[in-house]
Design a protein around this ligand. Structure first.
Ligand SMILES: [Mg+2]
Ligand SMILES: [Zn+2]
Length: 199
């Protein structure tokens, strides 16, 4: 192996770290009622394709609405359960969900709020993931930079809420896909190329 290879372990599973709001589901801004969850177009098929492709699917989401008092941990858990049921009905599965309930201005600084890497590191340890073979996908720069920091890649999928500066930065320093479907197609194509050149 070339000396320039990333130090990441090659024994773990590859993963896709997905943002939730504005990426998997429509962003309702501090969603408290699980009944308001609406999958974004192509989301279920995209997750199912990742499942079939042997990639772990991990949701990492900032939920400052909890610190702000707009929703409770119980409501977040109920939303996670309903999202799992909606995806499950379409044959798709989330392997794990991690959330940051904080907001520095209210609850003090934390290491788990994206772009912090703590939740990603926790998932890597819990699920035995290979960060170097993993990709972060979301509609903000802060969704994808943690995976880049940990040795993987990032793909921005713009939503109506994506700041122009995030799009510009991802265009230069990571990559941009028009839709989640396109992002997953490119991730799986790259994985099959890597697998075939290695085998
Ligand atoms: Mg988002
Ligand atoms: Zn936090």
């Amino acid at each position: 192996m070339a000396s320039g290879a990333p130090p990441a372990s090659r024994t773990g599973d590859p993963a896709v770290f997905l943002d939730r709001d504005g990426t998997l589901i429509e962003d309702r801004h501090y969603l408290a009622n699980p009944d308001e969850i609406v999958l974004r177009p192509g989301a279920a098929d995209a997750v199912a394709a990742l499942n079939a492709g042997g990639m772990k699917v991990v949701v990492v989401t900032n939920q400052s609405g909890i610190a702000r008092g707009f929703l409770t941990e119980e409501q977040f858990a109920a939303a996670t359960a309903r999202l799992g049921r909606l995806l499950g009905a379409a044959g798709a599965r989330i392997d794990a969900t991690y959330h940051c309930p904080h907001l520095p201005e209210i609850s003090g600084p934390c290491d788990c709020r994206k772009p912090g890497t703590l939740l990603f590191e926790r998932a890597i340890a819990d699920l035995g993931l290979d960060p170097g073979a993993s990709t972060g996908v979301g509609d903000r720069w802060r969704d994808i930079v943690p995976v880049i920091t940990l040795g993987g890649r990032g793909m921005l999928v713009p939503s109506p809420d994506t700041p122009a500066e995030d799009l510009a930065r991802a265009s230069q320093e990571a990559s941009v896909a028009e839709t989640l479907t396109e992002a997953v197609t490119r991730i799986l194509r790259r994985r099959s190329e890597r697998t075939s050149t290695r085998g």
